[in-house]
Ligand binder design. Structure first.
Ligand code: SAH
Ligand code: SF4
Ligand code: F3S
Length: 483
């Protein structure tokens, strides 16, 4: 995931927010076949695994061959206009084969389903079924409705749903790394962001179910879990909020915050690596950083999206912190976790009213922090958001693109510097599989989340291997295994 993500298509590889993944095949001899394509963030990919789990009980196998599907689901993203356009093009294409196979059922899930509700079904007539992120338990009923000749929609957002009791069917799994969703929704209302509207109110998942899912993954041989949420630092489980207590080992009814949950997962097995995403600069606590420092198996890496280097723009974005506050957090990370801690960011370029000087402040913040990598986007106005209501999208597209290009060039330069600094160092790498280019090489990541490639020799997937770094590109470290 350390490729730089851009909307200029400079480096459009697998992406965190615009990636597409299709289903792997599960074959249990069931009669109907589900093909599911996921767009957007990791939470959507994780949700597709919940959908596959719900439908497996209803007689659906998954398939990676769209031609043999009886049911096609697109699990969609609304974060930027371009993400929605991609899905629209895909739906047009799929409607092409629906003409040859009229019994094919096409459904839209996820954030775009939630945002557009019945529009794609009733006005544009390009889907048969619409289900928002909190409506997946209703899918069997919705499918039956379509089977009986009716259109089916559920975009109800819940205050409680976490799918905590369901065991995801791992799709596209490498058998080594997996994601565990620990919370849903977001209460932050960053002014540019559609997520609070598409995913609803924030709610945390029962710590028991998180720990059980992690234990099950360990028993299946998984070696790394990433705890997922839009803002993991506001994870909170308490009797007051959830009508259910967490009784700790000493028999005391305890509030479980993110630092506590992270520590409990880390204690499950020293062989299990733990990552988490995403942290919010206003909410990440020193307690979280101290837990990270105390456990070797919690990866030394923080993704801390800054969005802008200008305090005025941050205020308009409703991010809840200033440039100075953010830089103080970076100082705390370096103080508690050391200079080796991997750091990455998200940046929005060309927010309404962004002046040339404010853009320079984003560039100068990058000079101060020197991220190992970043996800960079130009501002895309999203209907219904606070920014769309209050601010005119007035930075011309050419200016947005030019500024984004400057930010990307700076990031590329720092990524290369950061990787060159690693030449001569030895890292413990968890092997995730063969390198994309050649089966003679293996690929994995070090604790700081950098991709490392080395000659396979006799090493295999799932092993921890010490690798001496000998060379690099801006996106990858290259090395050889050492004893
Ligand atoms: N919860 C995470 C981010 C989720 S969205 C967080 O708070 O950091 C992922 C990223 O998409 C955001 O960090 C932001 O950089 C980008 N993004 C969100 N809305 C956007 C918009 N309207 N235009 C451009 N980029 C946007
Ligand atoms: Fe969106 Fe802000 Fe919530 Fe992230 S924290 S999902 S950017 S509203
Ligand atoms: Fe996209 Fe929804 Fe995730 S808008 S980024 S899929 S929460």
């Amino acid at each position: 995931m350390n490729q730089l993500i851009t909307e200029l298509g400079i480096l459009e590889e697998e992406t965190q927010q615009t990636g597409v993944k299709t289903t792997s095949t599960t074959s249990t001899g069931q009669t109907r076949k589900l093909y599911i394509e996921s767009y957007g963030c990791q939470m959507n990919f994780s949700d597709s695994e919940i959908v596959a789990s719900i439908l497996a009980k209803e007689g659906f196998d998954t398939t990676s061959n769209i031609a043999e599907a009886d049911l096609i689901f697109l699990n969609t993203c609304s974060i930027r206009e371009k993400a929605e356009q991609t899905v629209r093009h895909r739906l047009m294409h799929i409607n092409g084969f629906k003409k040859q196979k009229p019994e094919l059922l096409v459904g839209i899930l996820g954030c775009m389903a939630e945002r557009l509700k019945i529009k794609l079904l009733e006005e544009e007539k390009i889907v048969d079924l619409v289900a928002g992120p909190d409506a997946y338990r209703d899918l069997p009923k919705l499918i039956t409705q379509v089977d009986n000749g009716h259109k089916a929609v559920n975009t109800f957002l819940s205050r409680e749903e976490t799918y905590g009791d369901l065991t995801p069917v791992r799709l596209n799994s490498n058998g080594v790394t997996a994601f565990i969703s620990i919370m849903r929704g977001c209460d932050n209302m960053c002014s540019f962001c559609v997520v609070p509207f598409t995913r609803g109110r924030e709610r945390s998942r029962d710590p028991h179910s998180v720990l059980n899912e992690a234990k099950e993954l360990i028993s299946k041989g998984f070696k790394e879990v990433t705890l997922l949420g839009q803002n993991v630092d506001s994870y909170k489980w308490s009797e007051e909020e959830n009508n259910k207590a967490w009784i700790n080992k000493k028999g005391i009814n305890q509030v479980v915050n993110f630092a506590n949950l992270l520590e409990m997962v880390a204690q499950l097995s020293p062989e299990l690596r733990i990552r988490f995403s995403t942290s919010h600069p206003k909410d990440i606590t020193d307690d979280v950083l101290h837990v990270m420092a105390a456990y070797n198996n919690i990866c030394n890496y923080v993704h801390l999206p800054v969005q802008s280097g200008s305090s005025r723009i941050l205020e308009m974005m409703n991010r809840g912190y200033s440039r100075e506050w953010y830089l103080n957090k970076i100082d705390s990370i370096k103080r508690i976790l050391g200079n080796e801690c991997g750091l990455s960011s998200d940046m929005i370029i060309g927010f309404p009213g962004e002046t040339e000087e404010e853009h320079q402040q984003t560039l100068s913040l990058m000079d101060v922090v020197q991220y190992d990598f970043s996800y960079m986007f130009y501002y895309s106005e999203r209907p219904g958001t606070l920014a769309a209501k209050n601010y005119k999208d007035d930075v011309p597209l050419e200016v947005k693109k030019r500024r984004l290009d400057e930010v990307i060039k700076k990031q590329n330069a720092y990524s290369l510097i950061s990787n060159k600094r690693d030449i001569g160092k030895t890292f413990e790498v968890l092997v995730e599989g063969s390198s994309k280019r050649s089966a003679d090489f293996l690929q994995g990541r070090n604790s700081a989340n950098k991709v490392v490639i080395f000659a396979a020799e006799n090493y295999t997937k799932g092993e921890y291997v010490n690798v001496l770094i000998e060379n690099c590109t801006g996106g990858t470290l290259l090395g050889k295994a050492v004893k």
